[in-house]
Ligand binder design. Sequence first.
Ligand SMILES: Cc1ncc(COP(=O)(O)O)c(C=O)c1O
Length: 424
Amino acid sequence: MSSSQTEVATRKEAPKRPFDVERVRADFPALHQDIKGKPLVYLDNAASAQKPRQVLDAMMRLYSHDYANIHRGVHELSERATKAYENARLKALRFLNAASEREIIFVRGTTEGINLVAQTYGRVNVGGGDEVLITHMEHHSNIVPWQMLCEEKRAHLKVVPIDDRGDMDMDAFKKLLGPRTKIVSLAHVSNALGTINPVRTVVELAHERGVPVLIDGAQAAPHLRIDVAALGCDFYTISGHKMFGPSGVGVLYGKEAVLEKMPPYQGGGDMIASVTFEKTTYNRLPFRFEAGTPNIAGVVGLGAAIDYLTEIGLDAISAYEEELLDYGTEQLRSVPGLRIVGEARHKASVLSFVLDGIHPHDIGTILDQEGIAVRTGHHCAQPVMDRFGVPATARASLALYNTREEIDRLVSGLHTVRQVFGLK
Ligand SMILES: Cc1ncc(COP(=O)(O)O)c(C=O)c1O
């Protein structure tokens, strides 16, 4: 991943103490259990990651001592909860290197972040005959909201092809970026292939034509240092649960000038300045986009997850994971009949593969008997499966707490899978 760091960010990170995986593992209670009588090897991190004590403690503390509804209260508990919630916004601001808390909107996760942009920015700016540009490697959550918008507006969804390695075709991208393109939306890191997209170049090219860019950062946030100022993107969205925080919470970053011009998403409490039956005026940013009582404890937990990642340092995490991914790639290649799906030049954390003659679901089920958790299926990226001519893959996805020994357990588990199927 280090070679792609220049793509990702230029912001300097303070030097941290050396990365110590055993110390990290000690923070995650869920990792220390047996599954089917064997120590758990958790390799389903791209679907959702485990939570460190620091996140669990922060949520427990809020619910045990500091909990009430936020923003509206004058009493002590409401003030404490509001402070904890708004502190998390500042943490998210620093994590993404946004310019102001007005640019940080708490949402349910990446899916809601993308839907919010499609339903607000998109509905105002995309009209009949216009185009929305995505890539062939998107998660369904970065396809379907745009399809819905295009259907409503009679606009067209255009798709940048990917090559056999799983890299997006930049020549095709330049050609597809046309006068009718109203927004580009793409993953920073592909969940099905692990490809790290050249998002900075994409933003530069799109901006040359005045086209805004949304980056789906769901798979980047746990692995790469994100710097929206350096990237220059208009929107960037992340999910708490993939970055060791709770589920049901995430962040949508939007450039203030762009957000200011967008209509509200949902109506309700907190997003208004005043309401009469005749007319409602809307609250200022970011509250205008946060209708109703939010996931207060989730936001606080996400803040703790951001502290956790920041304390270890994303650069240290990236370096460790890059080495682990290289090791995993090499080891998997030694398994007879195994084909890795997704061999992009820059990759993060994902090892998708198929085994000759064995359905991925069987791989997953047999590995589970060995205490090894991987995901099997289309990974909410059916077009990627179609592109590579497979119905599904098995996917081992790494996080900062995985080890070489766990990769070895995976490889030995795959040998067991082959034996069960009578393959030598
Ligand atoms: C690349 C990518 N985008 C979007 C999502 C959707 O994230 P969430 O389900 O947290 O909204 C995922 C989840 O797997 C993902 O991997």
